[in-house]
Design a protein around this ligand. Sequence first.
Ligand SMILES: [Zn+2]
Ligand SMILES: [Zn+2]
Length: 245
Amino acid sequence: MTKSSTIYLLLLIVVVSCSKTDDVTSGTVSITSIVQSKFGNAVTISTSGSNIILKSNGLPDHKTPYWGLNNDLYEDFPFGHAPNVNTTMIAQDYTMTIPSNPNEALSKEATSLGEIGMALNGVALFNDREGGNIPLDAKTLTTFDYSGAHPAPSKNYHYHTTGRYTSVDDAKLIGFLRDGFPIYGRKDTTGVYPTLDAYGGHTGPTQDFPNEIYHYHASNVNYLNSGYYILKAGSYYGTKGTFTN
Ligand SMILES: [Zn+2]
Ligand SMILES: [Zn+2]
């Protein structure tokens, strides 16, 4: 090999290795196998390129008063609670598309009203706000069932907090937000309440990702002394995918 061809080869290697790092939107941890194994049968999962597509009808697989009195899955409200103006829930046509390799967004985007993620049973996750984009108030909390949930105007049932059928003061995987990062209960697998960043998460090992991943936790603040713990407030850590209804 001549000297000039050696230099050309070296240049080629540098160019090729640089172009591999250009894809800043792709993180180092793939969530695909965990998504495929942890979501329940009510959620249909497929992949397309670097995305994972999850479909569900959004109805819970557990008891709630919002099923209505004549349903086998009916249970009463917590003491003093009552239905909200939407009164009941109906099946939705949810499609959530998330990156298979979630990554930190260069500029963080606020979560908005509506669906910000999906629980493992296909129910939608909402942030800490209600219509008018105001934080949940004490009166609205009295429309929650034991799951910290109620229906929105499209009669789309959704979780705002942890609860009886998702996570109670534990390290359970609850679901995934629209940016592809998982959300867990208030504790880490070690049993401690982790210190969280401004987005409600941190990087570390979980039972599903022993080699570390960024993940959210439910808040450890007893919200308005209600006994409910908000799932997610503030901005996404990663770049959000789509959620259509
Ligand atoms: Zn709500
Ligand atoms: Zn953690």
